[in-house]
Structures are given as structure tokens and as C-alpha cells.
Design a protein around this ligand. Structure first.
Ligand code: PLP
Length: 359
């Protein structure tokens, strides 16, 4: 009875994880309690928390001189929390604008320091990442901020830009854990959990230790990375249940081959859909080929008047959450780790059928 869920997030999760959570709901491993009912300082939850941190470290290969924090506020919260914690190093930061999520990061950061837009994809309607050679970087910036995958526009970095000695900060909300990355090339990574890692409510922050300790005086204590790091993310009560599910998802990710296997799986799904779109005379994707996202694929029907009919037919075939974001229009298929290949096969088969009926 489960649908193929193409939601951009909160998104589909592995069924095995949901089943395990259901089994453990009333009595977690003989404790006589639900994880929801546990003290965050009790030995049961401390174990769950430590294991989740260790899984993030293992899967992403996080070096020892980085802290892994589980905090609250989501990526939109981090849009303020990052500058509050890092801007103090020089009072100014560079941002690369690749779409809606970068735009929002820029607007928020400007409240806490001098923000320079080092490059922008706006002229292309955010259908391409501005080439690195065009970026105007300030060597004195406290950091350079990018969004590694624009969930709405469907552009993704496939090569990490070299930004010299300035710490690179990435909003990785919609592609974290979807492929292996070299954490040592980043100063800080943040991501909400609700695409590839679990439910909403927990935000993962991976931060190089030398960047701690520069928070602006106005920084709320709960959002001060150094305080959270010193307290193992337990300065305040963490989102315990969300952390537990994140741990289950990451265990599942590891059991299925880790991030290299996720990347292969995600590439196969994206290729199937892009190959179809590229030969179709009825459906199209407007993103520059080299910058196309493996996670979020926006596409348009030739006749937008048929959008509602397309969505209705998809729903009838058990495919949901395909409506595009209002800023881009059309459709969007999100292909996160937990979405099976069969979902994309079913989508492409339906698109073929729809095209034959309407082209
Ligand atoms: N950044 C990106 C790339 C996102 O995809 C999202 C949510 O979809 C956000 C930020 C906002 O995250 P949140 O709603 O968890 O604050």
C-alpha cells in the first residue's frame, strides 16, 4: 500500500527503518520505554546518540579535528547560526548564489555582517552554477558559502570549487549522504535530516574545530557551536526521537554499501530520468547538463495546461509529490537515497504513456 513518494522533503524513508521503529515504539530493546520517553542523559539515549554521531563520522569519513553536532533550527536556522558563529573572524563573508536556497542564506547572513555575492547564477535563471573562474572571492572573508544542491532549481555542484585558504561552508541539506565527499575540504557543513538522513527536527553540523570560538556576542547560547560542542550537543535537550531515526537510517545506509553505493544507486535513477527527458519531445529539463542535480529533477510538460492532469494520473498510479515548486513550475521528481529504482522506472513508463497520448 506504500506509494512511490517523490517528495522534496520531508521525504521517503527506507521501509525497513520504519518497520524497526514501529517494532521498538513501546519498548526499545527491553528498556520498557519508547525512545521518546527516555531522558537524554540516561544511558540508553546516550548510547543511541553516540552511535548516531559515530555513523555520521564513519559514513562521511569525518576527520578527527571536526566536531559533529546534532542541533535544532533546520537549515533555515543555520542561515543565521552560521554567520553568528563564523562572521566574527573578519566581519565579512562571500556567498555564491545558485538559486532560491542560496538567496535565502544571503538575505539572512546580511543581518550579521558584510555579505558579498561572489558569483550568481541569476542571469541564467539559476539553471547553471556560475563557473569558478568568474567568482570574485575576498581573501579576507571569514568564509565562502555555497549550497551544494539547490533543491528547488535542481542544480548541483559536481566538482568542489577551490576557494584557497578561506573556509568553505556548505548547505548540504538535500545531498548530504548521497555520495562520498572529502570533508577535509570544508570548514563547515550543515544539513537538515529530512531528505537523506531521517525525519525533520534534527540538523547535522560538521565543523572544523579551529573555527569554533568566534561567535558574535549576540549568539543565543543554544546556537553557539562551541558550547554545543563542549556539551556533546546536549547543551539543551536534543531532538531525541529524530536522532534515533537518523541513526537507524544511517545504519541502513551502511548495510547497503555506504555512500559509494548510494551514489551509484542515485546516478542510475537520475540517468534513467534524464535520458528519457533528453529524447522526449514533450517533457524537458532546463538545467545545464553538467550541473544537473542527481537528487531533484525539475521538468516541464510542453503544455502546462495539462500539469494537473499529469499529476492526477501519477497519483492514480501510486506516484505522489511530483508537483514542481511554484518558483519553477512544472514537475519535480526528488530521487533521494531511499527512493527505489522501481519508482523512477514507473515514472518514466507513465511519462512515455502520457507523451504518446498528448504529443
Ligand atoms: N536548504 C536547502 C538546500 C533545502 O533543501 C531546504 C529545505 O528544503 C532548506 C535549506 C530549509 O531547511 P529547513 O526547512 O529544514 O530549515
Amino acid at each position: 500500500s506504500r506509494v512511490f513518494n517523490f517528495s522534496p522533503g520531508p521525504a521517503t524513508l527506507p521501509e525497513a527503518v520504519l518497520r524497526q521503529a514501529a517494532e521498538e515504539m513501546l519498548d526499545w530493546q527491553g528498556s520498557g520505554m519508547s525512545v521518546m520517553e527516555m531522558s537524554h542523559r540516561g544511558k540508553e539515549f546516550m548510547g543511541i546518540h553516540a552511535e548516531a554521531v559515530a555513523l555520521v563520522r564513519e559514513l562521511m569519513g569525518v576527520p578527527d579535528h571536526y566536531k559533529v553536532l546534532f542541533v535544532q533550527g533546520g537549515a533555515i536556522g543555520e542561515n543565521a547560526i552560521v554567520p553568528m558563529n563564523l562572521m566574527g573572524r573578519s566581519g565579512r563573508a562571500d556567498y555564491v548564489n545558485t538559486g532560491e536556497w542560496s538567496t535565502r542564506s544571503i538575505a539572512e547572513a546580511a543581518k550579521y555582517g558584510r555579505v558579498q555575492v561572489a558569483a550568481s547564477g541569476e542571469a541564467s535563471g539559476f539553471t547553471a552554477i556560475p563557473p569558478r573562474a568568474s567568482w570574485q572571492l575576498d581573501p579576507g572573508a571569514a568564509y565562502v558559502h555555497i549550497c551544494s544542491n539547490e533543491t528547488i532549481g535542481g542544480v548541483q555542484y559536481h566538482q568542489l570549487p577551490d576557494v584557497g585558504d578561506v573556509p568553505l561552508v556548505a548547505d548540504m541539506s538535500s545531498d548530504i549522504m548521497s555520495r562520498p565527499i572529502d570533508v577535509s575540504r570544508y570548514g563547515l557543513i550543515y544539513a537538515g535530516a529530512q531528505k537523506n538522513m531521517g525525519p525533520s527536527g534534527v540538523t547535522v553540523v560538521i565543523v572544523r574545530e579551529d573555527l569554533l570560538g568566534h561567535a558574535l556576542a549576540i549568539t543565543p547560547s543554544a546556537f553557539n557551536y562551541q558550547l554545543q560542542a563542549e556539551n556533546d550537543s546536549m547543551y539543551n535537550t536534543p531532538p531525541t526521537y529524530a536522532i534515533y531515526i537518523l541513526g537507524l537510517v544511517l545504519k541502513h545506509t551502511r548495510a547497503h554499501g555506504g555512500l559509494a553505493a548510494m551514489e551509484a544507486h542515485n546516478r542510475a535513477k537520475a540517468q534513467l530520468l534524464y535520458d528519457f527527458l533528453d529524447q522526449s519531445r514533450y517533457f524537458s529539463n532546463r538545467v545545464a547538463r553538467e550541473d544537473r542535480s542527481l537528487m531533484n529533477v525539475p521538468f516541464h510538460l510542453k503544455d502546462a495546461a495539462l500539469d494537473a492532469e499529469f499529476l492526477k494520473g501519477a497519483q492514480a498510479r501510486g506516484m505522489v509529490q511530483l508537483k514542481g515548486h511554484r518558483l519553477v513550475g512544472g514537475m519535480r521528481a526528488s530521487l533521494y537515497n531511499a527512493l527505489p529504482l522501481e519508482a523512477v522506472q514507473a515514472l518514466v513508463a507513465y511519462m512515455q504513456e502520457f507523451e504518446a497520448a498528448h504529443a
